[in-house]
Design a protein around this ligand. Structure first.
Ligand code: HEC
Ligand code: HEC
Length: 324
């Protein structure tokens, strides 16, 4: 008996020591570097910069890039990521204005394309908290790049500088184990036919707007290559944060009548998604942002798609439980 206990104690001790050594190693090593190896067509990419591409890029960029990168004056000079779950520590976004030194003025179209898809910089460092747009149609990525080059005043060169991010042990451990950059899409991605409402709605929700990321259950169980495999897909409950650092769980937006939005009208849905209007009164809380650059048709398509998503019964303890 005594002997068994001794063996057990040694085993546990050895495992604990190995764990400490491994974490120490991750701590020193940091997030691994990746090979920067875009294919020739991406290295030589030159996206069209006509007004249609710029306008479409502005729609997508306003919904994503501006949300995370706009500083106090509205320019995309970077800012603290206050709404990130606190376990990831204090992180910030960077300057993506057209300044060649402090911003991204000297990045090529190909470098931007590769980064937007994979999060990998040309020096090989990988940015885990910059969303990786794996499912966005090629044309939509081109539009984003065209917009980044445009005369939108929010992108005008600015020399604001933020220090590089320092990651905590959790982020480093995740970056060495569970997480890494997605591969480039294996084949070209096209925007679905807008009259095919379900497929188009899925595209707008999952690829274009990333609704599923916030509206699933666990940030560590989000599947960004096959969104519908994310844990609690559209069932909500993810503990997000608002600008004051308070926890705001995401809502269940599956069609469950009791705990989701099964009783909502299409009009209520449009007003909630585009303008942040809460049908129970008042406004929806951040980080649920008004998606005002999406059109009614796009939001209707999301609603049609959500009607096909498996219903999840999940009663979320909401930030403001009562109607104001
Ligand atoms: C959820 C927040 C978030 C969104 C949305 C977002 N970014 Fe970022 N982005 C980040 C973070 C965080 C970093 C810093 C990464 C780092 O420290 O390595 C970053 C870094 C970058 C960089 C690298 C800058 C540099 O100098 O290294 C580029 C380029 C960039 N983002 C472009 C974009 C574009 C274009 C969009 C819109 C499609 C966008 N980002 C949307 C969070 C975001
Ligand atoms: C950055 C995270 C985030 C993203 C992205 C996001 N949401 Fe939300 N959403 C939330 C949070 C958090 C709430 C809860 C807000 C509250 O309680 O006031 C919410 C609430 C909602 C509601 C209200 C539901 C109810 O019962 O009150 C709807 C509808 C909704 N989101 C739809 C969408 C759609 C559609 C998209 C994509 C176009 C989207 N959301 C993208 C975080 C997000």
């Amino acid at each position: 008996m005594k002997k068994t206990l001794k063996i057990l104690a040694y085993t546990v001790g050895t495992l604990a020591l190995l764990l400490v050594l491994m974490l120490g190693y991750f701590h020193i090593k940091g997030i691994p570097k990746y090979k920067y190896h875009p294919p020739a067509e991406i290295v030589n990419l030159k996206v069209p910069r006509d007004s249609a591409h710029v306008a479409r890029g502005k729609v997508i960029g306003t919904m994503h890039c501006v949300e995370c990168h706009a500083g106090a004056e509205g320019k995309l000079t970077g800012k603290p990521m206050v709404d990130l779950p606190s376990m990831f520590g204090e992180l910030h976004t960077l300057n993506i204005t057209q300044d060649p030194k402090y911003g991204i003025g000297n990045w090529t179209d190909g470098e931007l394309y590769y980064f937007i898809r994979t999060g990998i910089h040309k020096e090989g460092h990988w940015s885990p908290f910059m969303p990786q747009y794996s499912l966005l149609a090629d044309e939509d990525v081109y539009s984003l790049i065209a917009w980044l080059r445009s005369d939108d005043p929010r992108l005008a060169p600015d020399i604001h500088e933020l220090p590089p991010n320092r990651y905590n042990l959790l982020v480093k451990t995740l970056g060495n184990t569970l997480f890494g950059p997605p591969p480039l899409p294996a084949k070209p991605i096209t925007i679905p036919d807008t009259t095919k409402h379900v497929a188009y709605g899925k595209y707008v929700a999952d690829a274009l707007s990333n609704c599923y990321i916030c509206h699933s259950a666990d940030i560590l169980k989000v599947n960004s290559l096959v969104p519908e495999k994310s844990f609690g897909y559209y069932g909500g409950g993810m503990p997000l944060r608002n600008e004051a650092g308070e926890t705001v769980p995401s809502a269940n937006i599956t069609m469950d009548k009791a705990t989701g939005i099964g009783n909502w009208t299409e009009q209520e849905f449009i007003e909630a998604v585009r303008f942040g209007k809460n049908p129970r009164g008042g406004t929806l809380s951040r980080p649920m942002a008004p998606h005002s650059t999406l059109t009614d048709a796009e939001v209707k398509a999301i609603f049609t798609y959500l009607k096909t998503v498996p219903v999840i019964k999940n009663s979320v303890q909401r930030y403001r439980a009562s109607v104001e």
